[in-house]
Design a protein around this ligand. Structure first.
Ligand code: ATP
Ligand code: MG
Length: 253
């Protein structure tokens, strides 16, 4: 098991955004976490990546307890993530956006940088090469010299994923990667996600869009902070609780 979450609970004031939530991800798996708006999906991301501490519960990554660790420590252990509001450097090129993510995890010392040492130059060459590899993987190599702000929305979202790959994550958390995309951008993104999985990256995919279901081997469904179903895409689609959460009551997803 790469990630194991047990009894996870997070209160914001009186509101339980996540309650007694259990979930695990096996190595190499592509797990879908779906649920209607406000169900608690992003909160689970934020708890797993150390943005918030849980009110209660356990989170173990690669056998290590990560509750209480800082975000950068968790990133260093091998969890990469995207953000729902995809922060990019608009005036940087696509390639620069990825290489700056490497600089957040420096391999050169300040002295190396100041004196432009061989070590620094080797590192920079390594970073450019690795950044280009990542851009190829996600299909953005052809636009590497474009400014990020000039990319269409779908490409900007892929660039957010490319930046998350710079930490060489074992586990990649994607928060609504296809939100607001047109059908061709969705195809492009789903192809890239499949390729990343084939390269051995374990992926947790958060979506409220049911379209993503068939890409996943297993799906967990959350509503009002609690798990309401788990299983294959087919099982989940036919599950009464899921149909109620998505299509019943006052809410329409
Ligand atoms: N920092 C916060 N302070 C207070 N309440 C919060 C905070 N973050 C989330 N919430 C609340 O917790 C609940 C779960 O929110 P969360 O963002 O995790 O949902 P989500 O499943 O990601 O929804 P969406 O599909 O809209 O992204 C919501 O009721 C939300 O308003
Ligand atoms: Mg969210």
């Amino acid at each position: 098991m790469l990630l194991e979450i047990n009894g996870l609970t997070k209160y914001f004031g009186g509101l339980a955004a996540v309650r007694d939530f259990d979930m695990h991800i096996d190595e190499g798996e592509l797990l879908g976490l779906i649920g209607p708006n406000g169900a608690g999906k992003t909160t689970i991301f934020n708890l797993t990546t150390g943005i918030y501490g849980p009110t209660k519960g356990k989170i173990a990554f690669d056998g290590k307890d990560i509750v209480g660790k800082k975000s950068h420590e968790i990133a260093r252990l091998g969890i990469g993530r995207t953000f729902q509001l995809n922060p990019l450097f608009g005036n940087f090129t696509v390639l620069q956006n990825v290489s700056t993510s490497f600089h957040l995890h420096p391999r050169s010392s300040l002295l190396d940088i100041y004196f432009n040492t061989a070590n620094y130059r080797r590192n920079e060459a390594y970073i450019s090469e690795q950044s280009l590899e990542i851009l190829k993987l996600v299909g953005l190599d052809k636009v590497k010299d474009e400014l990020a702000k000039n990319l269409p929305h779908g490409y900007q979202k892929m660039l957010g994923i490319a930046r998350a790959l710079a930490v060489k994550p074992k586990l990649l958390l994607l928060d609504e990667p296809i939100a607001g995309m047109n059908p061709s951008e969705i195809d492009f993104t789903l192809t890239a996600i499949r390729k990343m999985q084939q390269q051995g990256i374990t992926i947790l995919l958060v979506e409220h869009n049911m379209k993503i279901l068939d890409l996943c081997e297993r799906v967990v469904v959350i509503d009002f902070g609690q798990k309401i179903a788990e299983g294959s895409p087919k099982d989940v689609r036919e599950n009464k609780e899921v149909i109620r959460a998505y299509f019943g009551g006052e809410r329409v997803a």
